[in-house]
Design a protein around this ligand. Structure first.
Ligand SMILES: [Zn+2]
Length: 345
């Protein structure tokens, strides 16, 4: 199966009432773990690379690894997606390289840090959608700002500021109509990274869960039942994964994630793409730390990268089952980019 446009994967997910995990990759082991998990659970899947990932691995290496993935598992629908594109040029580069979906994050300026004006966001998202759709490539946009910083990307908003930058449902309706995008990333109080909450209980000193505005998702879904929503910063940061890291010499206090139950609630109300990056990072780091701690004499990278890959695999299988994409890989025939381009005309 060739790479498929994300639009098809999301349209099918909407029909089937499930969500699809979009997993970030930086290297071969993560891609292999995702594909093995997708194969074992029979899941369509979105593999995404941020600008940071493309810089780390170089675009051409990731592209070739993705091609290998598609070749090894021809029965699995795979979308290759650019996460948080910051300019028309970055998105164009990804399209030329063969990505079947791009995100233009016009919620931030090109520096990937400063919150953008609504008008500037509309203008750049519309422009990318016009170009990408000529090639049949799917476009994700974002309205509102998330907290946290990942790969140098993000406004680094505080919890209080995050609440001021939540997606406004009425504005979202206008934004989708004006830009013609395929998928809308919504800001509902999630943050990138492992530290999703700055809220401390004043009495106990314990870190409290992040405040999520799930009602915004329901409101947007009521206004636009056919709009595919995207949840960013949606790793669940399981305590058991953080515990492994801390048990074997790591130091990660005060982490917090998004409970799977909240994501499932979102899926019931129009969320179709769920971005997960941190959970795979945690699993990999814990597995490597364990090997280093228990067998300090080891020096063959395979001795720790193999368990790292297995730990990431477990996370992916878990999420694919939880989001409901498992079992749906064979539901449809892949659409070519050329066929998708015709639909946009
Ligand atoms: Zn994101």
């Amino acid at each position: 199966m060739p790479l498929v446009p994300m639009r098809q994967i999301l349209d099918e997910a909407a029909k089937g009432g499930y969500g699809v995990g979009a997993f970030n990759v930086n290297n071969m082991e993560q891609i292999q773990a995702i594909m093995e998990a997708a194969n074992d659970t029979n899941s369509p899947v979105i593999i995404q690379a941020s600008r940071g990932a493309l810089k780390y691995s170089k675009l051409i290496y990731l592209k070739k690894l993705m091609e290998a993935a598609v070749e090894e598992y021809p029965q699995i629908p795979v979308c290759m997606h650019l996460d948080h594109g910051n300019s028309v040029e970055t998105c164009m580069e990804a399209i030329q390289l063969g990505f079947t979906s791009v995100m233009i994050d016009g919620s931030l300026a090109e520096d990937g840090k400063t919150p953008n004006s609504y008008e500037a966001n509309v203008a750049i998202t519309k422009k990318v959608a016009e170009i990408a759709h000529m090639f049949g490539v799917t476009v994700e946009g974002e309205l509102g700002c998330l907290g946290g910083i990942e790969d140098g990307h993000g406004a680094g908003l505080s919890d209080k500021e995050v609440q001021d930058h939540l997606t406004d449902p009425k504005q979202a309706e206008e934004f989708v109509a004006l830009t013609g995008l395929d998928a809308l990333a919504v800001a509902i109080g999630t943050s990138h990274g492992a530290y999703k909450s700055g809220r401390i209980d004043p009495v106990t000193g314990e870190v409290l869960p992040p405040t999520l505005a799930m009602d915004r998702i329901r409101e947007i879904h009521t206004l636009m039942p056919n709009c595919h929503m995207v949840m960013h910063g949606s790793s669940s940061v399981p305590k058991e994964l953080v515990d492994v890291i801390n048990q074997y010499g790591g130091k990660m206090p005060g982490t917090f994630g998004i409970p799977v139950a909240n994501i499932q609630d979102g899926i019931r109300h129009g969320v179709r793409k769920i971005n997960v990056d941190t959970d795979s990072r945690l699993a990999i780091t814990g597995a490597i730390r364990k090997v280093f701690f228990e067998t300090p004499g080891k020096f063959d990278p395979r001795d720790y990268l193999k368990p790292a890959r297995e730990a990431a695999y477990k996370v992916y299988v878990d999420r694919m089952n939880a989001f409901g994409q498992a079992g749906h890989a064979g539901d449809y025939k892949p659409m070519t980019l050329a066929a998708a381009a015709k639909l946009y005309k």
